[in-house]
Design a protein around this ligand. Structure first.
Ligand code: MLT
Length: 254
């Protein structure tokens, strides 16, 4: 298994995604919020899933509004952000703690965010596409291993730039995949960027929250009073579920 990391969407052009599994990471907050949306945000963990049924990520606000209108009243929930905040026409923003069972249970989410949903569209060139974050890292690595394809971990970044939080989580994903391959006697090779990401994670794993707080995205969330979101995004393996992105729709893998 060849494990590669793409630190930002610009770099993706230099890779050949055909036949590969692609894991999209946008820790603050898209790929984290996606997991909370499927779970249905509650105070205490219980494996019972009370969240949405599926998520349709789209790139623009206009597309999202138009698509949501094609659903019967109350069937779809329009969610996402621009500049960290809920666009005025939307039902909810992108804070994990707003993805509650009361608002989402059994519904379809039409979703657009600044960077995360764009990266997902890029990833569609892969043979299998999933979403990863600290909250579901181990489960996500297990699913990637089971697929047996070479892996590209695609960081959504910010405005095509590399970010602390996605690089750190990419490093965790590489560490987990390497560990799973080794314990199953499966040969693996990692790219230089995967090696860099893994070292970055290994050197900083005791202070994930501190790094997220100092990241540019973290600073932006603090400025608009969303510090609680950072805490929700740092909970490693809190939500042991994995997603698949097929035909433009995100669902949970059973
Ligand atoms: C993104 O897609 O850029 C992020 O999810 C931004 C955010 O949640 O504020």
């Amino acid at each position: 298994m060849y494990i590669d990391v793409v630190f930002n969407p610009c770099e993706f052009q230099s890779r050949d995604p055909r036949g590969k599994s692609i894991a999209v990471i946008d820790v603050l907050r898209a790929t984290t919020s996606i997991m909370y949306a499927f779970w249905g945000y509650r105070d205490n963990f219980s494996a019972e899933l009370l969240g949405c049924e599926k998520i349709i990520p789209v790139e623009t606000i206009e597309e999202a509004i138009e698509l949501s209108h094609s659903y019967a009243n109350g069937e779809a929930v329009l969610t996402g952000e621009r500049f960290c905040l809920k666009p005025k026409e939307f039902d909810i923003g992108n804070s994990p703690n707003t993805y509650t069972p009361e608002l989402l249970s059994g519904k379809t989410i039409v979703y657009t965010t600044t960077n995360g949903t764009r990266a997902l569209q890029q990833a569609r060139q892969g043979i299998f596409v999933t979403t990863s974050a600290f909250v579901n890292a181990t489960k996500s690595a297990e699913v990637l291993f089971e697929k047996k394809n070479d892996v590209i971990i695609l960081c959504a970044g910010r405005s095509n730039k590399t970010t602390i939080e996605d690089s750190l989580c990419a490093g965790l994903m590489v560490s987990l995949l390497v560990g799973i391959c080794a314990s199953n006697n499966i040969e693996y090779k990692i790219s230089d960027s995967a090696d860099i990401a893994m070292s970055y994670y290994q050197n900083n794993k005791e202070d994930i929250k501190g790094l997220l707080l100092k990241s540019e995205a973290g600073q932006n969330l603090l400025e608009v009073g969303l510090e609680a979101d950072i805490e929700d995004c740092t909970k490693v393996d809190y939500l042991p579920f994995a997603t698949k992105f097929e035909d433009g729709v995100l669902t949970l893998i059973e």
